[in-house]
Design a protein around this ligand. Structure first.
Ligand code: BG6
Ligand code: MG
Length: 218
């Protein structure tokens, strides 16, 4: 059982930071004179900071100089962090702690595989940093999801074969990355969005310990 390991995405899986990303990107767009919808925001999930800004500017038909692009990215991140800095353990999504407790009680290693450069800071805010055997985030990778790099580095750090890793992901790009890495993918969110995942749940409250046990024993 111990040869298997779990890799968690962070945003949208452990915490609902998507709402803060949305507010911060929306302010940026509004300051530049345009807007985008919640539906469009779905397309930003799992997407790196640089690629998110490129997409948003495309929606608003805006072009920025390199200097202004970098300045806007920094402003967005400062705004985003003003929300993150208010976070505490209460922000951990329902059902997540139960799964982490089970993994710890059974000595099953787990890692983080996130696109965010703020991941370590967020884990500290919600007091979960110490439980992770490995943390791989946006500062450790050169290729963004759907490339499997982030998860493959996590598997290597865990010293577990990719085929033995189970990935929890809320984004399409993340599910694709897990699949490309030959890992078992568990989508957290809507079935119509995450159909490429091996298993799909609306949230962690729907995941039973029985299900986890079976998956880890397979
Ligand atoms: C992903 C989020 O986890 O991290 C994206 O789903 C975000 O919305 C990306 O753009 C990068 O995050 P950050 O914190 O480095 O801007
Ligand atoms: Mg996510």
């Amino acid at each position: 059982m111990s040869q298997k390991a779990i890799i968690f995405d962070l945003d949208g899986v452990i915490v609902d930071t998507a709402k803060f990303h949305f507010l911060a990107w929306k302010k940026l767009a509004n300051d530049l004179g345009f807007d985008f919808t919640k539906e469009q925001n779905e397309e930003l999930k799992g997407v790196s900071r640089v690629d998110s800004l490129k997409k948003i500017l495309n929606w608003g038909n805006k072009e920025l100089s390199e200097e202004e692009f970098n300045r806007q990215m920094q402003l967005k991140n400062e705004n985003y962090l003003s929300y993150v800095n208010e976070m505490d353990k209460g922000e951990v999504l329902p059902g997540v702690q139960k799964v982490l407790d089970y993994l710890e009680e059974n000595n099953i290693p787990y890692a983080l595989g996130s696109a965010s450069k703020n991941a370590r800071h967020i884990l500290e805010k919600i007091d979960l940093k110490d439980g992770f055997s490995a943390i791989v985030d946006g500062t450790d990778v050169s290729k963004a999801k759907p490339d499997p790099e982030v998860f493959l580095i996590a598997a290597e750090k865990l010293n577990v074969a990719p085929q033995k890793c189970i990935v929890f992901e809320d984004s399409v790009a993340g599910v694709q990355a897990a699949n490309k890495g030959e890992m078992t993918s568990i989508g957290i969110g809507e079935e119509k969005t995450l159909q490429e995942a091996d298993y799909i749940f609306n949230d962690f409250t729907e995941i039973s310990i029985e299900f986890l046990k079976n998956l880890l024993q397979k």
